[in-house]
Design a protein around this ligand. Structure first.
Ligand code: PRP
Ligand code: ADE
Length: 184
């Protein structure tokens, strides 16, 4: 399938809203909700990821709570494969494994059901954004603890100045991101 063009990536970039000093002073929050509310740009966005993974035939998409659920579940549906939610602690009812990590503005623990990923399953991890990389790294560890094999981590936005994408690549996780934001 056709790879994306600059026009498609620019269209996505221009529909991400930046909110200064939210949720705390000094944070430039990259808000993806305009990508979701406009059906044309939402389709372009999802198609980017569908094209990326169509020939790869992963077994599962694992989405990170909460914004990774929005794009991850639609992507899994389009690829006709299963979706696994990696949730913030305390929301999943069955047996789980968990990992804790630091965020740009706080700390968190995520968990996944122990039967959600089978040994040898080929998994794409997806989220909206990579900042410090802590969330994606925790997702990687969870999938690998269950015996899954991660094809790639994917996100709409990378904030390279926060160092997460470099850290993840150095830890052996290939990454696919559509839009970089640096500075203000
Ligand atoms: O690379 P990191 O430093 O880990 O940061 C990226 C994560 O932070 C945001 O989620 P947040 O924890 O704010 O939760 P939300 O999706 O529920 O809003 C974002 O959606 C990513 O999941
Ligand atoms: N700057 C940012 N914008 C949106 N989501 C984030 N998650 C962590 N840092 C973020």
């Amino acid at each position: 399938m056709a790879p994306h063009t600059c026009a498609q990536v620019d269209y996505i970039r221009h529909n991400i809203r930046t909110v200064a000093d939210w949720p705390s002073q000094g944070v430039q929050f990259r808000d993806i909700t305009p990508l979701l509310s406009n059906p044309r740009v939402f389709r372009v966005l999802i198609d980017e990821f569908v094209h990326r993974y169509f020939d790869e035939r992963p077994d599962l998409i694992a989405g990170l709570d909460a914004r990774g659920f929005i794009i991850g579940s639609v992507l899994a549906y389009e690829l006709n494969i299963g979706f696994v939610p990696i949730r913030k602690k305390g929301k999943l009812p069955y047996a789980t494994v968990e990992e804790s990590y630091e965020l740009e503005y706080g700390s968190a623990t995520v968990e996944v059901h122990t039967d959600a990923v089978k040994p040898g399953h080929r998994v794409v991890l997806i989220d909206d954004l990579i900042a410090t990389g802590g969330t994606m790294m925790a997702g990687k560890r969870l999938v690998e603890r269950l015996g899954g094999v991660i094809i790639e981590g994917a996100a709409i936005v990378d904030l390279p100045e926060l160092g997460g994408s470099n850290k993840l690549r150095a830890a052996g996780l290939p990454l696919y991101t559509l839009v970089d934001f640096s500075g203000h």
